[in-house]
Structures are given as C-alpha cells and as structure tokens.
Ligand binder design. Structure first.
Ligand SMILES: Cc1cc2nc3c(=O)[nH]c(=O)nc-3n(C[C@H](O)[C@H](O)[C@H](O)COP(=O)(O)OP(=O)(O)OC[C@H]3O[C@@H](n4cnc5c(N)ncnc54)[C@H](O)[C@@H]3O)c2cc1C
Ligand SMILES: *[C@@H]1O[C@H](CO)[C@@H](O)[C@H](O)[C@H]1NC(C)=O
Ligand SMILES: *[C@@H]1O[C@H](CO)[C@@H](O)[C@H](O)[C@H]1NC(C)=O
Length: 493
C-alpha cells in the first residue's frame, strides 16, 4: 500500500518509506528525530571528524537511554513502515571512511546523547555510555584520581574504539583497551537487553573485543576496569626528517625492549605539515607512571630535536594535545610489519615518494599526511589472554611487530577520489616490500583500516568462526549484517 502510494505521488519509493519510518520512530515516542531541515541535524553531521563520513540520512534518531534504544530497534526491525529501510549506527563518528557510521539511503541511529560516565570506586569499575568521548571519560574520572585505558586523542568515540580493540598508552601494562572491558550491555536485534562478561554470554564478550560492535547489536554500556593514577610524563617532540635513520634505529630497539619497560608508550610518525611545507618527524612519548624521561627513552632523547612539549601532565591533558585537525577528507591505510629496520626505512622512503607525487597532482598546499608507527610486541597479547581473551588473533603472532597507519587528509571530494587509489597503491608497495623480506604480519588493526581492507579476516580462521558464531547466535536473522550495512561485517569475510 505504502509503496503504491509513493509511486502514485511520484516520490521515489525508498525515500517515502524511509520518511514514514522516521515518522514511526516519532510515533513510538522518540523525541529526538532530526530532519535535514533542522540545525541539530546539521550540527550532528558536522560533528563527524572526517568530512568523508558526513552523509545525508533521511533522519537521525537520538535515543537517550537503553530503553529508548530498545524502542528504536523494535521499530526498525518490526514496524512495517521500516521494512525496507536501512540504518547506520554511530557513536563518536570517528571512523574516517564513508558508510561505516552513517548512511545516505536510510536513517542513522546516533548515540551522541548517551554519554554518562560513572565511577564505582569500591568495585573499581567505570560505566561508560557509548556516545561518550574519551575526554568526557578522563574528565570525569581524573578529579577522583582514576582513569581507564582509552583513546589517545580526546575527541575519539568510546564504542567504535573499544569494539575495534583500542590501542592506548597502557597496552604494554594492561593489554588492549577492549581487554579492560568487564561487561558490555547490548541491545540485540530482537530488542532484548543482554550483558556480556566472563560469566554471562562469554562468547559475545570475547567477540565484542575486536570483532566490531557493528556485527552483534547496539552496545549501550561499557563497564571498564578502572584504576588509580597520578600524573603521567609525556608530550611530543619534533625532529628534522634528516634524523630518519636515528629514529628508526631507536624505534626498533624500543619495540624489542617493551617487555622490560612496560610503563612506556611511544608513537613515531613522519608527517607532511602545510605549516612547514615539508615532512617532519614527530614522536609522542609517555611514561604512565609519571617518571620523567626514564632510561627506556634514552635513544630518543639523544636525537637532536627542533622542539618538544615533554612535561608532567594528566592523562586527559596528554590526550588533548594529541587531538588532530578535523574538517578534512581523511583516507587511511593500515598494515603490520615485523620489527625490522630495513622494511621500516623502505616505508618511510615510500611515504616521502607519495608526498612528492601528491604535490605534482594538486596545487592545493593544504593537505596533511602521516606515516605512523606503533609497536605491537608480543607482550600485548599476553595481557589479552590473561584478561579473558579477545578475537584479534595477535596471540598467534610470535614476533614483535609494528603497525603502520598511512594516511592523507585532503580538502575536496575530487582530491579524495584521486588520493584514495594512490594511497592504496603506495600501501600495497609497502606490503610487497615487507613480503619480499619475509616481514609482513597478516594482522590488520580494524580501527585504522579502510573499507576495502579486511581486518576481521586477518584475525585468523578460528577467530572468524567465533565472531560468526556469536553474530548468528545473537542476531539469527542477520539484521545487523544486511539491514545495517555499515562497518566491517563478518558476513562479508
Ligand atoms: C583523531 C583520531 C585519533 C584516534 N586515536 C586512536 C587511538 O589512539 N587508538 C585506537 O585504537 N584508535 C584510534 N582511532 C581510531 C578509532 O578508534 C576509530 O575511528 C573508532 O571507530 C572510533 O570510535 P567511534 O565511537 O567514534 O566510532 P564510530 O565511527 O561512531 O563507529 C565505528 C563502527 O562501530 C559501529 N558502532 C558505533 N557505535 C556502536 C554501538 N554503540 N553499537 C554497535 N555498533 C556501533 C558503527 O556502526 C561503525 O561501524 C583514532 C581516530 C581518530 C580520528
Ligand atoms: C522538517 O521536516 C519534517 C519532515 O519532513 C517536517 O515534519 C517538519 O515539519 C519540518 N520542519 C520545519 C521547521 O520545516
Ligand atoms: C631540516 O634541516 C635542513 C638541513 O639542515 C634544513 O634546510 C631544513 O630547513 C630543516 N627543516 C626543518 C623543518 O627544520
């Protein structure tokens, strides 16, 4: 009937049906249904970090609590006027590529109004709603002297970060951020509210640790193990790119030493910055116990630097500092290599070649690149296993590794269309070189992967089967595989 009415009225059927689905959400009692003609809709759209992800859903629905998420899911799944409407789920909205956390021909469930953070000091548990950003989390816990392992840029969202693994300053001490989730509260496709922890639904608990929430339901609360902390030491140091060889040597040594020095964190990246009109090297260093430049950092400290912000500061202050410019179209590519200086150097060289080629293709100096290196030593997954295990499969890697994030931020859609395949081709050259030196690690970090990469498959077949089984058990009709097409889907592996 509705379809016929839409055709008679000369409207595209999908549009008319989606609009009636938005109306059905309002009729179900949901107060926050935003249409494109409202300023709230515009400001929610602009709050996506990457311009590439700012799509145009028919409406955005913002539930305010778990029972409203149940209403949203029940309406989307069971209401006839939503039968052909697709939807996306969004928390922080930091995934950079289009179609993960937003949708053009459907509606977006935006958890941005659910951002409570509470601390139970007796239980040492912080309960965090999915729409919180890490700066809200640290900002709430820190005045009481507590924290949790989380994002290293304060604006990053909690839900995508945690269900994609989450690399934090604390990984060498506590495993990935997801390994510190005691319990997930999830609204399943059938509208049930389930808890997933070591005792209750442990299969779902494990699958949510790295398997991406996009496969199982809508996560409405994360209960994380919290701990007491004082200030940290850290900040960033900037170096001339002529220090490349010294930095690579220092980082390779650092990566092999993490097992002996677990309080430290170090990220090194080569970055083209428009303000410098050149590539510089940046190091982001942290000691999570607040020790100033301890011996583990000696090799980095010995390299002459242009400037630094190293100091004693709180977890939140250090993540405020690592915030990155938004308002660009961001394209990312990730890969993982063995801890090998020759492969590392080749990647740095190819990044510079990429920057030089990009300069010949654009007259716009306003672009940023990063070629970022982060240690993934075997001690990380030792902690993961101790804490109940995740599905990322790093425990089967017996070499200390380094993950690479290669990215470019550009201003226009035309530039994005050229930059994406170009970045990919440089990434694939890097992978081919690593393969030729027997140093490509198959694991890919989901939180850094572009849409055409396949991080879930890189977890290994046993983990893929665990994710598949949990998705099937908690969403037997496959609602989150087909009706919510965004994100990395286990059905596509
Ligand atoms: C500036 C910046 C800094 C970063 N720093 C780090 C870092 O230090 N460490 C790290 O590991 N990663 C980092 N990342 C990557 C980041 O972890 C991912 O982009 C992550 O997805 C962000 O989480 P989000 O809540 O914003 O996700 P969104 O983009 O909102 O969602 C990601 C995916 O999860 C789904 N989803 C979101 N919320 C829910 C939910 N509640 N229930 C079910 N499905 C849901 C979405 O549909 C989507 O498929 C960074 C990213 C940026 C842009
Ligand atoms: C905005 O659009 C919705 C849906 O089409 C409509 O119901 C509402 O009246 C419009 N509001 C304004 C202020 O135009
Ligand atoms: C790096 O060093 C070179 C050679 O000394 C110099 O020309 C260049 O300006 C330096 N770059 C920065 C960003 O300081």
């Amino acid at each position: 009937m509705l379809k016929l009415a839409a055709i008679l009225m000369g409207l595209p059927a999908a549009l008319a049906l989606s609009s009636t689905c938005c109306q059905a959400l309002q009729d179900a009692g949901l107060a926050h249904v935003l249409y494109p003609n409202s300023t709230e809709y515009s400001s929610r759209t602009e709050s996506y970090w990457s311009v590439s992800a700012r799509l145009s859903p028919y409406c955005i629905v913002q539930p305010t609590c778990t029972s409203e998420v149940v209403k949203v899911v029940n309406t989307l799944v069971k209401d006839e006027s939503c039968s052909s409407t697709k939807f996306a789920v969004r928390s922080g909205g930091h995934t950079v590529w289009p179609g993960s956390n937003n949708i053009d021909d459907g509606l977006t469930v935006d958890l941005g109004l659910m951002k409570d953070v509470t601390l139970d000091t007796k239980a040492s548990v912080a309960s965090i709603s999915p729409g919180a950003r890490w700066m809200n989390v640290y900002g709430t816990l820190e005045p009481h002297g507590w924290t949790v392992p989380g994002g290293r840029a304060g604006s990053v969202g909690v839900a995508g970060f945690l269900t994609g693994g989450g690399n934090s300053f604390y990984t060498a001490r506590k495993g990935f951020a997801c390994d510190n989730v005691k319990n997930f509260e999830v609204v399943t496709a059938s509208g049930d509210v389930v808890n997933a922890n070591a005792d209750e639904n442990p299969d779902l608990w494990q699958a949510l640790k790295g398997g991406s929430a996009a496969n199982f339901g809508i996560v409405t609360r994360f209960d994380m193990f919290a701990f007491q902390t004082g200030n940290l030491w850290g900040g960033t140091a900037t170096y001339n790119k002529s220090e490349t060889a010294a930095q690579i040597a220092a980082y390779v040594k650092w990566t092999d030493n993490i097992n002996n020095y677990r309080d430290g964190s170090s990220i090194i990246f080569w970055s083209y910055l428009p303000a410098m009109s050149d590539i510089v090297i940046l190091g982001a260093y942290e000691d999570t116990e607040g020790n100033e430049a301890p011996a583990g950092f000696d090799d980095f400290m010995a390299i002459p630097r242009i400037s630094d912000t190293l100091r004693i500061a709180s977890h939140k202050e250090l993540t405020d500092e690592l915030e990155q410019a938004n308002g660009y179209r961001d394209i990312w590519f990730t890969m993982t290599i063995a801890n090998n200086a020759e492969i590392f150097a080749k990647i740095v060289e190819l990044h510079e070649a990429f920057v030089n080629e990009w300069k010949t293709l654009t007259s716009d100096n306003d672009f940023i690149t990063q070629c970022m290196f982060q240690s993934i030593p075997t001690v990380f997954s030792v902690h993961s296993v101790e804490r109940g295990g995740n599905v990322m499969g790093l425990d089967s890697e017996d070499r200390n590794a380094i993950m690479v994030l290669l990215d470019i931020a550009v201003k226009t859609a035309e530039e994005e269309a050229i930059a994406r395949p170009l970045l990919r081709s440089y990434g694939e050259q890097m992978e081919a070189f690593a393969v030729s030196k027997d140093g490509l690690v198959s694991w890919k970090f989901l939180n850094y992967a572009d849409s055409y990469q396949d991080p879930l498959a890189s977890y290994g077949s046993a983990n893929v089967e665990k994710i598949r089984a949990a998705a099937k058990k908690f969403d037997p009709e496959g609602v989150f595989q087909t009706k919510a097409p965004g994100g990395f889907k286990i059905s596509k592996v």
